[in-house]
Design a protein around this ligand. Structure first.
Ligand code: SF4
Length: 114
């Protein structure tokens, strides 16, 4: 599975597909992302950090998607993303989340940028 790539053209950016804990929603019939869910913390951290290590400073824009919502990534992975934002001078970050977590959107924004 390709977990690191570039999106060219409009809003050029790096994109990573990370491994997450089981999606809290998990009932979208079209979804095959959840086949990538894991309950093994060590596995998620190892895979995610190998992928995140590929990020460069090429665009300053990063998109992080995963097999659930951003809130279902291990804390260690969230911390690594935060470190990379600072180290690689990322100025724009795209993430995704299910509506279930809408009350936490400001919280995750503060986590990454403050
Ligand atoms: S919320 Fe997202 S990850 Fe979860 S089942 Fe639906 S499409 Fe898949």
């Amino acid at each position: 599975m390709e977990r690191y790539s570039h999106i060219k053209g409009k809003m050029q950016r790096e994109i990573v597909l990370l491994k997450a804990k089981p999606c809290a929603w998990s009932i979208c019939t079209f979804c095959d992302y959840i086949e990538d869910n894991s309950t093994c913390l060590e596995e998620m951290i190892a895979i995610n950090h190998t992928v995140l290590d590929q990020i460069t400073e090429e665009y300053g824009i990063l998109e992080v998607i995963d097999s659930a919502s951003i809130f279902e990534l291990p804390q260690e992975t969230l911390e690594r993303i935060k470190q990379i934002i600072q180290a690689k001078h990322i100025h724009t970050l795209f993430i995704e989340s299910h509506w279930l977590y809408y009350q936490h959107s400001q919280e995750i924004k503060k986590f990454f940028w403050y």
